[in-house]
Design a protein around this ligand. Sequence first.
Ligand SMILES: Nc1ncnc2c1ncn2[C@@H]1O[C@H](COP(=O)(O)OP(=O)(O)O)[C@@H](O)[C@H]1O
Ligand SMILES: [Mg+2]
Length: 284
Amino acid sequence: MPVYLHLAERYTGWRFFVSVPRSDNEVVITVENLGYTYSGASVPALEQVHFAAQKGSFTAIMGPNGSGKTTLIKLLIGLLEPRCGKVEVAGKNPVGAGGEIRRTIGYVPQHETVNTRLPVTTLDVVRMAALCRRRLPAEKLKRNLAAALDMVGLAPEANQRFSTLSGGQKQRALIARALVVDPSILVLDEPFAGVDAASQDAIVSLLHNLAENKAVTVLTVVHDINPLVHFINSVVLLSRKMIAFGSPVEVLTAEHLTEAYGRAVPILVCEDGFLPPMTESSHE
Ligand SMILES: Nc1ncnc2c1ncn2[C@@H]1O[C@H](COP(=O)(O)OP(=O)(O)O)[C@@H](O)[C@H]1O
Ligand SMILES: [Mg+2]
């Protein structure tokens, strides 16, 4: 699938250039020479992945289907154990550490389904997080539930049947569920699948706000980088191995994208006078 970067269609100006590194420098996730092969598979799902994420940074993980994005996420949160290399979250291995680390991570999985025949409300779905992750005192839980629903803009829908929410609202409810436990790291796997553009923008803005103002370290898998390109600090580009890691300017080059997606260069649609940083050659 080609990657289309319609920069100037939705965004103008130079925000792209100022969104990059944070100053506090505290590294919370370190990945070194990481590799994983599923049992029975002849080739690794992932190899030679190296990157780091600072506290309060916003990182996008990109790559074609089957490039190892979900595998990487599962390794980060300790659902899979590396076959090679290592992952450190807050200086610890997320697989060990008695599950302590995992409880500080909010996770929004890919293809999450909630049985639509169950008569559950939005609030019920959001509350599920607190049942299985970190135990919170009742008062604190109540406050966190209200705050999480408020943060994703679903307070008015709290008592509405979950099955009647739109795709974007459902996704926001699942993000709220991940936020209930006050995670210091939030990991999302394709949160924009089946979500309309307005809801995408609302989710991007929420994630940006969590990173920027609450120092939550956010990592999200995306297919389309456009809605968030101005807000992210870093990109991890995968194609079973790591093609590139760095700022969007460094990673989203024609060369890297061609290597990852195995075909033509992305199309940049730009306004006159707006010089995109990624593939200057496309403007000649
Ligand atoms: N549970 C599994 N068992 C065996 N192979 C798997 C399993 N999950 C994923 N894979 C394989 O690993 C590769 C990477 O998958 P995945 O991480 O889901 O990619 P992505 O999320 O980028 O689409 C694919 O070739 C996929 O078929
Ligand atoms: Mg996936």
